[in-house]
Write a protein that binds this ligand. Sequence first.
Ligand code: AMP
Length: 281
Amino acid sequence: MKIVETKKEVREQVREWRRQGLSVGLVPTMGYLHEGHKSLIDRAVAENDRVVVSDFVNPMQFGPKEDLASYPRDLERDAALCEAAGANLIFHPQPEEMYHDDFSSFVDMSTLTGGLCGKSRPIHFRGVCTVVSKLFHIVTPDRAYFGQKDAQQLAVIRHMAEDLDFGIEIVGCPIIREEDGLAKSSRNTYLNRQERQAALVLSRSLAAGKEQIEKGERDAGKVVQAVTEMIREEPLAKIDYVEIVDWKTLEPVKEIDRPVLAAVAVYIGKTRLIDNFIYGG
Ligand code: AMP
């Protein structure tokens, strides 16, 4: 497995693979890899001849008050995980390699990005769409793998790939959780012991909401209310949002009569965590 820092090296390697008639999968990440990322890499390895993992904390998707500087990084550990999983190339660019001084072109979306996480993170999806577009152009994969953990991101990338004719298959992968239910996340490392315990309220409240739907509740407002009340019982939790939206348009729904995404974003202390489930999709 190779680790490269330049776009040129990625292009040369992919060109070589293409000459040999090999298919290529891409797993975009911000590094500090865990079992969630590994599940994407495993799937990519199973479905493609060669796999590229990008490992880049993308400054463009962080707001001014967000955790860009403190975001955890550990390339050595990431490399060991990628190698063991059977990835072939890690693309680990420096920010200057991705954004030259007079960089001024962006990929923006006028639907899907305004609600949910887009409300409290107004520039986030512009940063995500821009960097993923760049990665798609640099790597030119056949398939790219994204986790349902970031469900809005998955929907946005699918939409973007279709709108802009990337011709890349977008593969969504299920959420990988800790044994007690907490969705795995690089940001979980910010939590102290008390907060780690409190963070269980995300998966617990969502599981309760899902159970209500499975038992026949179709009023989205009632499910949202039940999830909200459960989170409010946890003193260390502060809700950013609890929403049930159409899984394709991400518009809020009143009635659960189509595939929906139930999603929460909750601050546990200073750490903002997200979790979700999809029903009927
Ligand atoms: P990140 O490094 O947080 O940007 O995540 C890179 C990719 O891994 C994204 O497509 C995420 O949705 C996915 N991912 C992160 N955590 C998980 C998880 N617990 N289960 C499944 N996929 C995940």
